[in-house]
Write a protein that binds this ligand. Structure first.
Ligand code: PMP
Length: 344
């Protein structure tokens, strides 16, 4: 019999899938790493597992401990999944602007969620910051993973995501494209791929080129932190999990471009993914197109790997909803409308 002892054993080892429709006209091979196939539905399962294992090893997290983290999304799911198996309580703090669906998912996995009002000043006792600090102080055995500064985030990608891509492409990957939220994926996997390809001759593709995809407005691509709608990526500060020495360039992508591509991936490639995946694919195709214009021979040999961080089910009422898209002016023509003529 072949089975896993527990679902958390199935974290990582995600497949590469070739993009064949959105890449029409491009000679490069573009491969998507499908992270929604992780047990918790996102790339974040990888960091959750490693952060918890490291905290156990260092003694910061002891039996019966409590994981306290301000998170509303994918990291919370990963932490809740691993915590449940190992007998830790999870308390997540979310601002009240987070959708009820996301809170319900965390609770379904057995986590406790404390919802704080958005409309109060940071120093107010009910604010997001005050409540997290108080929970840390007052909860015996509390441990805060702090994904933005925890070195085990990038370390998990250096140990798993990077080697998986290298092995699955037989060492032929030439470009690596990923969005950055905490920066863990691009810094860890990007660094591994650069080191693995360091000795490769130029005709074998040279050192892997690492390209960041970033919401226009975020600091990583030179913005001032102005708001954007794509979720999970971009920042208005520089987290220590992000190593600015790894990306060779960072490409800004608008919300409109990200969401249009996200819808095309579902409709044309059978990949129902989130907005940060669409964003990363826009950047990957830009890279492939530019290479084809500048050096057609290199483009024909290029193997571009792009990370798709999560699935699209959490965005059905946004990116995949025509009314929501129109309300932000994203759906200019009906070429990619989800709702048919009869229903409209
Ligand atoms: N996309 C989504 C949907 C995410 O939740 C995250 C994690 N914040 C990312 C991309 C970026 O990953 P990282 O934190 O490793 O930069």
């Amino acid at each position: 019999m072949r089975y896993a002892e527990h679902i958390t054993e199935l974290v990582g080892g995600t497949p590469l899938v070739r993009l064949t429709s959105v890449t029409q006209g491009l000679s490069a091979t573009v491969l998507a790493k499908v992270e929604y196939l992780n047990p918790g539905g996102s790339v974040k399962d990888r960091i959750a597992l490693r952060m918890i294992e490291a905290a156990e090893a260092s003694g910061e997290l002891r039996p019966g401990g409590v994981i306290v983290e301000p998170t509303s999304g994918n990291t919370g799911v990963g932490l809740a999944l691993v915590a449940q198996r190992r007998g830790y309580r999870c308390i997540f703090v979310c601002p009240d602007k987070v959708s009820q669906d996301k809170i319900d998912v965390l609770r379904a996995y057995g986590a406790e969620v404390v919802v704080t009002p958005t409309a109060v000043a940071p120093e107010h006792p009910d604010s997001y910051y005050s409540v997290s600090d108080r929970l840390m102080r007052e909860t015996p055995g509390a441990w805060k993973p702090d994904q933005y500064s925890n070195p085990n985030g990038p370390a998990s990608h250096y140990a798993t995501t990077g080697p998986e891509i290298w092995a699955d492409t037989d060492g032929l990957v030439t470009h690596f494209v990923a969005g950055a939220g905490t920066g863990g994926t691009i810094s860890g996997a990007g660094r591994y791929l650069k080191e693995a390809s360091a000795d490769r001759a130029a005709d074998g593709g040279g050192v892997v080129r690492v390209i960041g995809a970033d919401p226009a407005g975020s600091v990583y691509s030179g913005g001032d932190g102005r708001p954007y709608l794509v979720e999970g990526v971009g920042e208005d500060f520089w987290p220590t999990a992000y190593d600015p020495a790894v990306p060779d360039e960072v490409v800004p992508v608008t919300d409109a471009e990200s969401f249009e591509m996200t819808r095309r991936l579902a409709r044309e490639e059978g990949l129902l993914v989130g907005g940060s995946s669409g964003m990363a694919v826009v950047a990957a195709l830009q890279v492939a197109r530019r290479l084809q214009e500048e050096d057609p021979a290199a483009a024909a040999r290029a193997v571009v790997v792009v990370v798709l961080p999560d699935g699209g089910r959490g965005y059905l009422s946004k990116i995949f909803n025509d009314h929501w898209m129109r309300s932000y002016g994203f759906l200019h023509d009906d070429a990619h409308a989800v709702v048919g003529d009869v229903l409209r």
